[in-house]
Design a protein around this ligand. Sequence first.
Ligand code: 5GP
Length: 226
Amino acid sequence: MKSALLVFATVLLLLVSFESAHSVTIYTSGKPGVFDFYLFVQQWIYSYCGSQTCIKSKEREAFTIHGLWPENNDGSYPSFCSGSSFNYNSISDLSTQLNYDWPSLTGPNTDFWTHEWSKHGTCSITGPITDIHDYFAAGIKLYDNYNITQALNSENIYPSDSETYNANDMFNAINTAFHAKPAMQCISGQLSTVAVCVDKNTLEAMDCPALSGWSCKGGISWPASD
Ligand code: 5GP
């Protein structure tokens, strides 16, 4: 009995120290509104679906929204803040647009929105975002305002299964279009994700600071199929 208790206490201690170490490295406080700026993150469907099993009917040649994430200048971010839980009824008027702009490529859209709201949305309540409806409406508005495909096309950069582009040229095309330096991520040499950094008060694009884990270098592709 004594040794069972000892094992239980040790496991508990290990779990607690793992959790607190994890919290220190990844999360800051879970207080809504306490962060420096947003990352508005869009995923290129074909790059994402090249590394995941996606629902075929959801695939189209597009960037779609991954999320609107509160972020700090030092690379940490708050998550899973206290606040209201996901409530579909509060955003049902946005559903047509959300289904198109912010689909889950792998499962039910509402599961994805529930996750994004719980992890990132609950921490986003500040300035112009006062509730869940504002949060998802802001995603739709930013998606309209910051069209990555158009930005790249305007510098003659198009999706292709044969071309290789210089990552700097893609970065510069987006910077020119939005007057704001983006952050880019690649998977296996393919452009997979683009983040526009967004001012937390005005929801206008701003230069992204250097963010660890966000860089694509040299020749990369922008696939036209998965
Ligand atoms: P996040 O990166 O926002 O913390 O979490 C993404 C989570 O949402 C992952 O657990 C992933 O499995 C799930 N998810 C569901 N649909 C999608 C999708 O279309 N794209 C991405 N990136 N994640 C999705």
